[in-house]
Design a protein around this ligand. Structure first.
Ligand SMILES: *Cc1c(COP(=O)(O)O)cnc(C)c1O
Length: 225
């Protein structure tokens, strides 16, 4: 992609986020994570050069490769994909800024063991399956608070910072809204427990997500496709 096209897309995105966040509140700040899974390193460098600092990857191997190849740039890397237990050590080595897809107590306990062995900690978000879709990972909304507290209790090397969800994959806006509202209400109840980040909204639904309280969006195709 050429620089002018990237600049135009990025500016347009920033303006739409700006309008959506001000609609909610002047004090509501939203962080943009550019999901680079569809694109090449050159486009990541281009977007970095235009001012973007947070990037997300959904495969451990791609994350590792990019952390290495782009280590001349102080990029903040986010891991947003499903994590298989046999990849935990690879993820620890890649050392992301934020792991957003902690989707069960079982995974948390497996990560805890490896993190402790390596003598490191990792900042994570717990993923909620807010649309209750079979194909999606995440903790069921009904069990979310209980599981969040259990992870906090039993995993001292995991620093839980909040929640992540993927909106319902449907056309009906009211159904998507419901999945965001469900997640936001859990987030509000967990604020006492230190939850600060509510990561929701992708290219197709980030304005709605921000309207529902999201303070972190993860967008890929709108920038890179
Ligand atoms: C791919 C992906 C995104 C970005 O999706 P777009 O629709 O391209 O914006 C966000 N979150 C997760 C978890 C993803 O896997």
């Amino acid at each position: 992609m050429d620089r002018a096209t990237m600049q135009e897309r990025f500016d347009r995105l920033v303006w739409r986020v700006e309008e959506a966040r001000i609609k909610r509140s002047e004090h509501h700040i939203v962080k943009i994570v550019a999901v680079s899974k569809y694109t090449d390193e050159e486009s990541i460098r281009l977007l970095y050069d235009l001012g973007q600092r947070a990037f997300g990857e959904s495969r451990v191997q791609s994350l590792q490769e990019r952390v290495e190849k782009l280590d001349d740039l102080p990029i903040e890397w986010h891991y947003i994909g499903r994590l298989q237990k046999n990849k935990i050590n690879h993820l620890i080595r890649a050392n992301p800024f934020l792991m957003q897809s902690l989707d069960s107590l079982e995974l948390a306990e497996a990560m805890q063991k490896r993190l402790a062995e390596n003598g490191v900690t990792m900042e994570c978000l717990m993923q909620i399956n807010s649309a209750r879709e079979e194909s999606k990972a995440g903790v069921e909304p009904e069990k979310a608070e209980e599981v969040y507290l259990a992870i906090k209790e039993s995993c001292p090397n995991i620093d839980l910072r909040g929640l992540m969800t993927i909106g319902a994959h449907v056309d009906d806006e009211s159904v998507i809204r419901e999945s965001f509202e469900t997640t936001y209400s859990i987030f509000e109840r967990l604020k006492n427990e230190g939850a600060q980040i509510c990561s929701m909204g992708m290219s197709r639904d980030f304005e709605l997500a921000i309207e529902c309280g999201s303070n972190m969006i993860r967008v890929g195709s709108i920038l890179f496709e």
